[in-house]
Design a protein around this ligand. Structure first.
Ligand SMILES: *Cc1c(COP(=O)(O)O)cnc(C)c1O
Length: 496
């Protein structure tokens, strides 16, 4: 199994190279050259780790069975997740509906990023051993919240890695800040930036290409690496839970083996929903991919019109992990749907970079609408949905999941489609207690732990242990620097 770049058909690399490098040199993304078939029957009675091994081994043909087993077993060990499966399916079918929630937030940081970032460190260190002869990987992360904490928790004390996370001083929720600043691990460090997420992101990108910093690293047998969501090592593990959810529904007698389902995904960078599309390429019967956006509804417009236009207002919403205007992983989908025409694809991506928009050809646009439905949901509708779902289904969901629930409702009304549907739930409501409480007309306390306690009291649901445990943890990091001080901070921290 080889990988090529969406923008360079001459390139053929191994999985280890694709994972170690993260992004192709000319700016394209690594994609598998073909999709291996999965046999649903063979996976039916396996547990999550078994299913992960099954899917991963088909893509990581330059890894040994033992290496893959070690990665999956370390990442999805029972003690890391709240239940005996990391991907729990909850059926909301008491009203005769065919609605199933795939909860992906029972890991150490209470967001679905754990599903990929618990295994990425193991995939990455093994990839580096195969390609970069024993250099220490220095991983820099710019985060608007969920990714930073999940990456820290995944990489803490992983030999051969060091990690520095930058976040905007005033751009993350109090609970997210608390999660990061209390992080344990001898190889990790956290620093707030005076500025917004873009400043942090631009700063990190500059350091990656800073020749002086790179030379200093090389002298010390270190190299930069990245953990962001365009890395193949983050996408691949996400394919597994779509198979797992489907097979769990078959085993529960809710779906006949072979029958199609729909999936609904609250979408930001398009990684999660792309993994569902990849599962279909391997043989998972999926009828429609329902792409749910908040007020930053650039994907809704694109799916409906074939025009991707980022020249629009950026909205700060109560589902912040989806506040994004350039969904990087869409490039991969378009590559597959336009007939792997990298020249055409490159012209679209260049048009986006220079003019802020592109329009795909009619065939590609048709292929998109054949598979995908796009819908969106503003903050008011998000809060209303949390309240309604709690009243009607006795189910408490977070703001991101509520966006998906709302868009699914619109889809059903428009189409009358009664296909069994998996709605992906991406975060614990307790990560966003402040916004979720808006659904319950509560007088809100000041402190983030008191907010969580009030939400628990009002809804009769339990605060996840990783959130409760933060309360007693000492703050380890109080770093704050200006964007132009970031290179110096990195050099000092890693001692070069
Ligand atoms: C990252 C994130 C998303 C968006 O996922 P993508 O793969 O970027 O589309 C949705 N919800 C939550 C809670 C997230 O952290």
């Amino acid at each position: 199994m080889k990988y090529t770049s969406t923008r360079n058909p001459e390139l053929h690399v191994t999985a280890a190279q694709a994972i170690a490098q993260g992004i192709s040199e000319e700016g394209g993304l690594f994609v598998p050259e073909s999709f291996p078939a999965a046999d649903l029957n063979e996976m039916l009675h396996l547990d999550y780790i078994g299913r992960a091994k099954y899917v991963l081994s088909r893509f990581l043909t330059d890894f040994t069975e033992e290496e893959i087993a070690e990665c999956a077993e370390l990442a999805y060990a029972a003690e890391k997740f709240e239940f005996d499966t990391p991907a729990k399916v909850v059926s909301l079918d008491s009203h005769g509906e065919n609605k199933h929630i795939l909860e992906l937030w029972h890991g150490p940081t209470c967001a679905f990023k754990d599903m990929a970032l618990q295994i990425l460190p193991h995939l990455l260190t093994k990839s580096l051993k195969k390609t970069a002869d024993g250099k220490t990987a220095v991983i820099l992360v710019a985060t608007s919240g969920d990714t930073g904490k999940a990456a820290l928790e995944g990489f803490k004390d992983v030999p051969g890695t060091e990690m520095i996370v930058f976040y905007p001083e005033n751009g993350v929720s109090p609970m997210q800040k608390r999660q990061m600043n209390t992080q344990e691990g001898g190889n990790v460090c956290v620093c707030a930036i005076e500025g917004n997420f873009d400043d942090a992101q631009t700063g990190v990108k500059k350091i990656f290409t800073d020749e002086a910093v790179k030379a200093a690293l090389k002298k010390n047998n270190k190299m930069f690496s990245s953990a962001n969501s365009i890395n193949w090592g983050r996408l691949l593990p996400q394919i597994v839970y779509y198979f797992s959810a489907y097979l769990d529904l078959v085993n529960a007698g809710k779906v006949e083996l072979g029958d199609a389902i729909n999936v609904v995904v609250p979408t930001g960078n398009f990684g999660n929903i792309l993994a569902a599309y990849y599962a279909k390429q391997m043989g998972l019967p999926v009828k429609k991919f329902i792409c749910a956006s908040n007020s930053n509804n650039i994907l809704t417009d694109f799916i409906r019109t074939g025009v991707y236009d980022k020249k629009r207002e950026f909205h700060t919403t109560i589902s912040p992990s989806m506040d994004i205007l350039v969904s990087s992983n869409l490039e991969r989908l378009l590559y597959h749907l336009c007939g792997k025409d990298s020249e055409k694809l490159t012209s679209w991506m260049n048009a986006l970079a220079t003019g802020g928009n592109y329009t795909v050809d009619a065939d590609t646009a048709d292929a998109v609408t054949e598979l995908f439905y796009g819908g969106c949901c503003d903050d008011r509708q998000t809060v209303e949905t949390i309240r309604r779902v709690f009243c009607e289904d006795d189910y408490l969901c977070d703001t991101h999941t509520a966006v998906a629930m709302h868009v699914y409702g619109t889809y059903c009304r428009e189409t009358g489609d009664e296909t069994p549907t998996v709605i992906v739930s991406t975060a614990s409501p307790y990560k966003f207690s402040d916004s979720v409480l808006n659904a319950f007309n509560a007088d809100k306390p000041e402190d983030e732990f008191e907010e969580a306690a009030l939400l628990s009291e009002m809804t009769g649901t339990e605060i996840p242990l990783p959130i409760l445990a933060l309360q007693g943890k000492a703050v380890r990091f109080n770093n704050l620097c200006a964007a132009d001080e970031m290179p110096g901070f990195v050099m000092k921290t890693i001692g070069v």
